[in-house]
Design a binder for this molecule. Structure first.
Ligand code: 3HC
Ligand code: NAI
Length: 692
């Protein structure tokens, strides 16, 4: 039973009860219809209230049912709404907390709506790559007017109920207890006839054609590869131009088209992927967490400053420790400047500015940080320095404090072994700029305690990051994969591409930046440093030498004014560099390679399948818990195009057999050893299965 039916006097109450958000799955829909039937057949009942138990009126259609037979099984949401709207007795929606998507559409099918303040009202379907498919695009403009409804539907943004109090969406705002107010309202309207119905209202908007055309142009320009926003405009347009029933049919056909698109599947995958990432099979949801009321950060450099800002933004005081006053002053000044810039853009009030800056203080003494609940180390990437710092932290930190390292490449288990409390040690790998990037790789050491993991996972939510847990390995999930991608990018240069051609090919797919523009931004010297170490430690791995030659020319990227591309002072635009292109061609000749024309398809396949193959190893080794975690790493930390759902989802969409077939083709070329399919990939492809 996922809705309860009760009669109080002459009022029947149907309470949706499908935790966590009363999603309108098949069982809930059936229970609403059953409740309606009982109420209609009971002569003692004069009016019906629909409400939601727990923390929502309803979060909308059950997204987990999409593309499954249950989604289309009767009673569909349409049927439910028709039953409600066709009721001979008044139906009142009593709305609180969350009223979204199909939930709002259900409410719009009721004769009256009463809401408590603070409820989030939205038609957020566009964020899942679809549009409201149960009458929302036809009914919302009738109660809110064309402009406000179109804005809400195209953006998917939630609006607080009290802001809509004066519109025809709500008949009354409940003061005090919602159910009491709804009961009183129901008594009041029990005998009022005719029953008001939203479908009978008209959308009044003189000159609507000009407005709709303007909306189409704006939305087309803003929606990139996603088809849904423009379809939302078309559906809303039908609320003005078509009869109600024709508008509903039109909306339905657009909805059914959109729900099948890869873009929508990708967005839904990302929605669930984000939520799944915060769960670990062996760390139960009720694992107790350690309270985090204060934070210490070691190192006020590029990362330390950004990391500190995250906590100040969440209202948690941070103490940053440096070795020298000069470095501390510099770090604190950079933080202040970053906040000032945000304030200048109007995104931070002067009060909030003062508050956040005030929450970050500096120190040169370990004595001042010992009582922090968590300390995050962000000093130089050198095991010797990490050793010194962690030994010191072991001495000074209070028992139970969490000791975290922001290392990007070093072994977290070795770092933990510098202390006598390895269970309290964890990796928190932030991405640069740490106050902006959504991704936080949470590195689980062999001995990391479960409550430490649960605490850091909860903390990552609090500072609005997407936390993804990774096991310990070289590069963790993200950088271990990117290495294979960069290797292919280098080989492509030797074989015939220019940096520009490679970048453009992946940027056309929707990457924020191709590998070479990315290298110029991050600094090509970082990769050079890592490769030099690899040449010694893992001489069996082959790399193109072009990147080394580039660094030997002093071209580290934007910071040196030249990298794979040329740059002009004060201009971040990348200009094709004849010097670099000549260097690449000469290098091919030195290697005796006859350069060939390489298609964009080959470029994209080689870069992405290199990621996918390494990811399959990562998954099989248990470094990542699930394929969607890998997708979340790439969507939130590496600018992988959202409409493809991440590398694993992309490979699933292409078909793993097709991926393996392409890899077999590339295995015949140079460096063919890179293309041996990971056992998991080979197995899934052979069985016709997918990663996700
Ligand atoms: N269907 C199924 N499950 C849903 C859901 C939905 N519509 N909305 C949320 N959930 C689940 C989440 O997956 C999560 O599950 P988990 O605990 O197993 O991980 C749980 O509810 C809690 O979600 P959040 O962590 O997001 O909780 P919050 O309290 O932060 O947010 C929310 C609640 C605002 C409702 C947010 O979950 C949300 O925005 N949900 C999506 C709402 C939405 O897009 N609705 C439209 C659905 S499509 C539709 O209605 C089609 C119709 O037009 C035909
Ligand atoms: P950075 O060089 O900008 O800053 C390091 C800071 O640590 C300096 O201010 C230095 O004075 C201070 N420091 C060094 N030894 C110290 C000690 N013993 N005690 C106190 N302070 C000390 O370095 P960055 O880039 O901030 O990197 C820090 C860590 O974050 C490294 O482990 C790095 O691998 C990692 N990282 C860096 C990323 C980046 O893009 N820069 C991304 C993700 C992780």
């Amino acid at each position: 039973m996922s809705a309860e039916y009760q009669v109080n006097g002459q009022i029947a109450v149907i309470t949706l009860n499908n935790p966590p958000v009363n999603g309108l799955g098949h069982a809930t829909r059936s229970a609403i219809v059953d409740g309606m039937k009982q109420a209609l057949h009971n002569d003692a009942v004069k009016a019906i209230i629909i409400t939601g138990a727990g923390k929502a009126f309803s979060g909308g259609a059950d997204i987990k049912e999409f593309n499954s037979p249950k989604a289309m099984a009767e009673p569909t949401l349409h049927t439910v709404i028709n039953v409600v709207e066709g009721s001979s007795k008044p139906v009142i929606a009593a709305i609180h907390s969350v009223c979204m998507g199909g939930g709002l559409e259900l409410a719009l099918g009721c004769n009256y709506r009463i809401a408590s303040a603070g409820a989030q009202i939205a038609l957020p379907e566009v964020k899942l790559g679809i549009l409201p498919g149960a009458g929302g695009t036809q009914r919302l403009p009738r109660v809110l007017g064309l402009e406000m409804a179109l804005n809400m539907i195209v953006s998917g943004t939630a609006v607080a109920s009290e802001k809509l109090a004066k519109t025809a969406l709500f008949n009354e705002m409940a003061e005090g207890d919602l159910m009491q107010a709804a009961m009183a309202f129901a008594e009041k309207v029990a005998d009022v006839r005719p029953l008001p119905r939203v479908r009978d209202m008209k959308v009044d908007y003189p000159n609507y054609e000009a407005y709709l055309q303007f909306s189409r142009n704006t939305v087309r320009a803003m929606s990139g590869p996603f088809p849904a926003p423009l379809k939302c405009v078309e559906a809303v347009a039908a609320a003005v131009t078509k009869k109600f029933d024709d508008g509903i049919k039109f909306e339905r056909s657009l909805f059914l088209d959109l729900v099948q698109t890869n873009e929508s599947k990708a967005l839904r995958h990302a929605f669930f992927g984000e939520r799944a990432a915060s769960k670990l099979p062996d760390v139960p949801e009720d694992t107790p967490v350690r309270p985090i009321k204060s934070v210490a950060v070691i190192g006020a450099g590029t990362m330390g400053g950004g990391i500190a800002m995250n906590f100040a933004n969440a209202g948690i005081p941070v103490k940053i420790l440096e070795m020298k006053q000069e470095a501390l002053d510099k770090g604190l000044a950079t933080i202040r400047k970053n906040y000032e810039n945000t304030m200048k853009k109007g995104k931070l009030t002067p009060e909030k500015f003062e508050q956040r800056v005030g929450l970050i203080t500096g120190t040169l003494s370990y004595d001042e940080i010992g009582q922090a609940d968590i300390v995050i180390e962000a000093v130089f990437e050198d095991m010797g320095v990490k050793e010194q710092v962690f030994k010191k932290l072991d001495e000074v930190m209070k028992p139970g404090a969490i000791l975290a390292s922001n290392t990007s490449t070093l072994d977290v288990d070795k770092i933990a072994a510098f202390t006598k409390r390895p269970q309290d040690v964890i990796g928190t790998h932030f991405f640069s700029p740490a106050n902006v990037m959504k991704l936080l790789e949470i590195v689980r050491g062999k001995l990391t305690a479960k409550d430490v993991l649960a605490t850091v996972m909860g903390l990552s939510k609090k500072i609005k990051k997407t936390g993804v847990v990774s096991g310990v390995c070289d590069g963790f999930i993200g950088n271990r994969m990117i290495e294979q991608y960069s290797r292919q990018a280098g080989f492509l240069l030797e074989e015939g591409c220019t940096p520009e051609q490679v970048d453009k090919a992946v940027e056309k797919l929707g990457f924020a930046m191709g590998p070479f523009r990315m290298g110029d931004l991050a600094g090509n010297d970082i990769g050079w440093y890592i490769r030099k170490r690899r040449y010694v430690e893992k001489p069996q791995i082959t790399y193109s030498k072009t990147a080394d030659l580039l660094c030997e020319m002093g071209r580290f990227g934007q910071k040196t004014g030249a990298g794979w591309y040329d740059y002009k002072p004060g201009d971040r635009k990348a200009y094709s560099s004849s010097v670099v292109n000549e260097m690449i061609v000469k290098h091919s000749a030195d290697l005796g390679i006859e350069r060939r024309k390489i298609s964009d398809q080959e470029i994209v396949e080689r870069l992405i399948y290199a990621l996918v193959n390494e990811a399959a190893h990562i998954l099989e080794e248990g470094i990542a818990t699930r394929a969607s975690d890998i997708d979340m790493v790439y969507l939130t930390g590496y600018g992988f195009p959202l409409h493809t759902g991440g590398p694993m989802f992309y490979a699933d969409t292409v078909g793993l057999q097709n991926v393996v077939m392409s890899m077999q083709k590339y295995a015949k070329g140079r460096h063919g050893d890179a293309w041996t399919p990971a056992p998991l990939l080979a197995r899934l492809a052979a069985e016709g299965k997918t990663f996700n």
